[in-house]
Every structure is written in structure tokens, then in C-alpha cells.
Design a protein around this ligand. Structure first.
Ligand code: ATP
Ligand code: MG
Length: 416
């Protein structure tokens, strides 16, 4: 299988260049969230102009871009303007309408292609891909069944009790643990499917996780692949809370397998751009446990934000390189790092009063790198920013991260 939506030739868009008509080299992004903002920063640092298509007037990426096209993602005039302004286009979220990517791809290189984004938009297709790759990648996904019809629900209730207890997940539009219901019995499964509006779903067996990790891969138009070492992730209430990025964050044999599997998945679909593949480490009675592939994000990922400060090239730099047809340097991590996500809760004290976090104390910590996304409205669970701690060694990074967590009222790093 290859991504047939890349019909156009590999671009070569030099940063800072100007074409015969006087138009500056410009890179575009669909979506105005924090991932778009950090992409825009990376592109601008290299000397590109940027354009963001995003309906929200106050979006994190729109606020910092040279051009902000303020329309819906599938507005024909907005898409035409984006294509007219930009020499290549990417997306910062996978739930962008596939049709929008296809329309843009008719006239401009689009990275990643609509086919790859389409797979990541749908857990049924995603799991089919992982299953097709398992022989090469050496890593399977969790046992699962597809439930799209009442007949399929009943068949699972009768014949796949091995999947219980399990998690029923909607095939589409799930993120940060949304669109998921945990079920123990066949009766709970039926109730959960009704609760999810009888939408297309997958039922996944609940696995005994001992850890979670993710791998970032970047692949170029010419098939060149580079990757970062796996980062270990801790989620709280279905949302990423902490990323541990340093050697020794997980058993080396599992880390190598995860990295190889992520690369083989990117190669299998002829992916172009930055791809994040998430894995579970599952207790199977062996010393280090077994690796299971969970899902993929066709873009830079929250778990890769530490690369901005701990590596000589970041996940956003690589996205810029990949879409512009520039070479992909193998990233080198120069410092161990821990990333703490800053959700809206950080802006409220224990009595529920809104307050400004104690930034002067946080920013006095050695190796503290604060990234706020420019969102005004702090709501519980909303990703407002992140804080990456780097340092000369793992022990000092852990000590500083614990102090930062204490100052910000985040769960202690030992508790999560
Ligand atoms: P994301 O925001 O990463 O896209 P998501 O909402 O799409 O998340 P998943 O990553 O599938 O959903 O699941 C969220 C979390 O639920 C996982 O990180 C993991 O902690 C837990 N989880 C998911 N599937 C399983 C499983 N089969 N067994 C045990 N725990 C699971
Ligand atoms: Mg996930």
C-alpha cells in the first residue's frame, strides 16, 4: 500500500526564497491550535512565511502567523486562498475533513497525504493497518472486534467474551480519552454502544498496562527516515500529563522494538511528514513485558514537545523539512528531559479561585522551558501550555521537575 494522494512531484522549497512573481516561500497549516503554533514558529525561524487556515479569530497559531485565513476547514474560498499563498501545506490535527486535504492536494504538495490522515481518523482502518504491518513491525495491536451493526454487536456478545473486560471506542473523532466507555459484561457492552449513539466502534480487550510510550518518526518524499528514541508517557484521566525522555526511561530492548515498529509502519504506507505511533507496554509475565501498538497521530505530537528544548532538531523542524523537500537530519538529544503538560487547572487555586501561576518561581528553576499557547480561557482539561525541564543528568531533571510540579500544584511525579 502506498499513499497515492502524493500525486505531485517532491517539492524543493528553499527557506527565504522569493519566486519570479515576488511571492515569498510560504508554508501553510490547516488548524490553528498549539501544534500549528509551534509549527509556525519552526517555519518562521528558518525564514519561511506562514499561513494558517482556522475559523477562530484568537487561535494559538493564527495569532503568530504572517497570514491567517479565517474560514472553516472545508470552505472552498478559504482553501483556494491557502493554496494560492502556500507552496506546501500540512495539517495540525487529524480530524480535518479528508476532502479539504484532497482538494488542496490537487494543486499543492500536502504533507501528510489524505490517505494517511484518513487511516488515522478511523480506528477500524488504523487497526487493519497495524495488523497488516505486524509481520514486519513485529508488534501487534490489542485484540479487538469491529462493531458497526447490531448483528456485529450480538456476535461479539456471544462469541468474543475473551474481549471482556474491554474498552469500547468510537472509530472516529476520539481524542484525550473521549468517545470511550469501559465495559465489563455483555450487557454493559450493549448499553455502552447505545450511549455512543450506535456509532461505528471497536471493542478492545482491556490490557494490563505497565507503561505507555510513543515514537516520533519523520519520513521524506524520497523515503529518507529519521526517528527519535521512544518517550515514556503518563496519562491522567485520559490526557497526557508527563513525558519522560531520557535513556533508561524504558527497557532498551522494548525501546528498540518500538522504534523499529514505528519506522516500519511509516514505510508501509509511504508516509511523508512527522508521524507519532503510540504503544502500550503490557504485563505478559516476562521480565520487561510485551509491546502492543495503540494508535498513530499523523502529525507532531504532545509527547514530542520536549524535542524543542532537549534535541538539536525538533519534531516541528522535521515537519518543516519534510514538507519543503529539505533533507532530514537525524535528531540528537543533547539533554535528558521531562515534560509536564499545563492544563487549565493550573490557573485555579485549591478553593477554585482563578490565579496566575507562580511563574517567577517556576522560571527560576534551572533548565525550565515554559511554553504557553496564548489561550485566554483556562478550563479544566484544556491544554494551555507545557513546561519542559532539561538538565545535565536524569537525577537533576527529576528533582527540578518535582519542584516545578509542586509549585504548579500538579500531581507529584512519584504519584502518577
Ligand atoms: P489520544 O488523545 O492519545 O488520541 P484517545 O482518546 O484517542 O487518546 P487511546 O489512546 O486509545 O485514546 O486511549 C486513551 C488511554 O486509555 C490510553 O492512553 C491508555 O491509558 C488507556 N487505554 C486505551 N486502550 C486501552 C486498552 N486496550 N487497555 C488498557 N488501557 C487502555
Ligand atoms: Mg492515545
Amino acid at each position: 500500500m502506498s499513499d497515492k494522494t502524493h500525486s505531485l512531484a517532491m517539492p524543493l522549497i528553499f527557506p527565504g526564497s522569493v519566486d519570479a512573481a515576488g511571492q515569498r516561500a510560504t508554508l501553510g497549516v490547516l488548524g490553528g491550535g498549539q501544534l500549528g503554533r509551534m509549527f509556525v514558529h519552526a517555519a518562521q525561524r528558518l525564514g519561511y512565511f506562514t499561513a494558517v487556515l482556522e475559523p477562530d479569530a484568537q487561535s494559538p497559531a493564527g495569532l503568530v502567523s504572517h497570514h491567517h485565513i479565517q474560514t472553516d476547514y472545508n470552505d472552498p474560498a478559504g482553501l483556494a486562498q491557502l493554496a494560492q499563498l502556500c507552496q506546501a501545506i500540512t495539517t495540525e490535527f487529524e480530524n480535518v475533513p479528508a476532502q479539504a486535504l484532497q482538494t488542496l492536494a490537487l494543486t499543492r504538495p500536502v504533507v501528510p497525504g489524505a490517505a494517511a490522515v484518513g487511516i488515522a481518523q478511523n480506528r477500524v482502518e488504523e487497526k487493519a493497518l497495524f495488523t497488516a504491518c505486524a509481520d514486519v513491525s513485529g508488534v501487534a495491536c490489542a485484540p479487538y472486534a469491529v462493531i458497526e451493526t447490531l448483528a456485529q454487536l450480538q456476535a461479539v456478545q456471544n462469541e468474543r467474551t475473551d474481549l471482556l473486560p474491554g474498552i469500547l471506542k468510537t472509530a472516529r473523532m476520539g481524542y484525550d480519552g473521549k468517545g470511550q466507555v469501559r465495559v465489563k459484561t455483555a450487557a454493559e457492552l450493549a448499553a455502552a454502544w447505545a450511549e455512543l449513539g450506535e456509532a461505528a466502534c471497536v471493542l478492545e480487550k482491556m490490557l494490563p498496562l505497565t507503561a505507555e510510550c510513543s515514537v516520533l518518526v519523520a519520513r521524506g518524499w524520497d523515503g529518507q527516515v529519521v526517528s527519535f528514541a521512544p518517550q515514556r508517557n503518563v496519562h491522567v484521566d485520559g490526557i497526557l500529563a508527563v513525558t519522560y525522555a531520557y535513556e533508561g526511561n524504558m527497557p532498551p530492548a522494548l525501546a528498540t522494538r518500538a522504534r523499529d515498529a514505528a519506522v516500519s509502519i511509516a514505510e508501509h504506507i509511504g508516509y511523508v511528514g512527522v508521524l507519532c505511533v503510540e504503544f502500550f507496554v503490557v504485563d505478559d509475565g516476562s521480565e520487561h513485558g510485551n509491546l502492543v501498538v495503540n494508535e498513530m497521530a499523523p502529525r507532531p505530537h504532545n509527547s514530542g514537545h520536549y524535542t524543542l528544548n532537549a534535541c538539536d532538531v525538533s519534531q516541528f523542524d522535521l515537519q518543516v523539512h519534510a514538507m519543503a523537500g529539505l533533507p532530514l537530519p537525524q535528531p540528537r538529544q543533547h539533554s535528558p528531559a521531562i515534560m509536564l503538560n499545563l492544563l487549565g487547572e493550573v490557573w485555579f487555586d485549591s478553593s477554585g479561585q482563578r490565579h496566575e501561576p507562580n511563574w517567577s518561581a517556576v522560571l527560576s528553576l534551572p533548565g525550565a522551558h515554559l511554553h504557553l499557547y496564548g489561550k485566554l480561557d483556562a478550563r479544566p482539561g484544556r491544554k494551555m501550555g507545557h513546561l519542559t525541564i532539561t538538565g545535565p543528568d536524569v537525577a537533576s531533571v527529576k528533582t527540578t521537575a518535582r519542584r516545578a510540579a509542586g509549585l504548579l500544584g500538579l500531581p507529584g511525579l512519584d504519584d502518577i
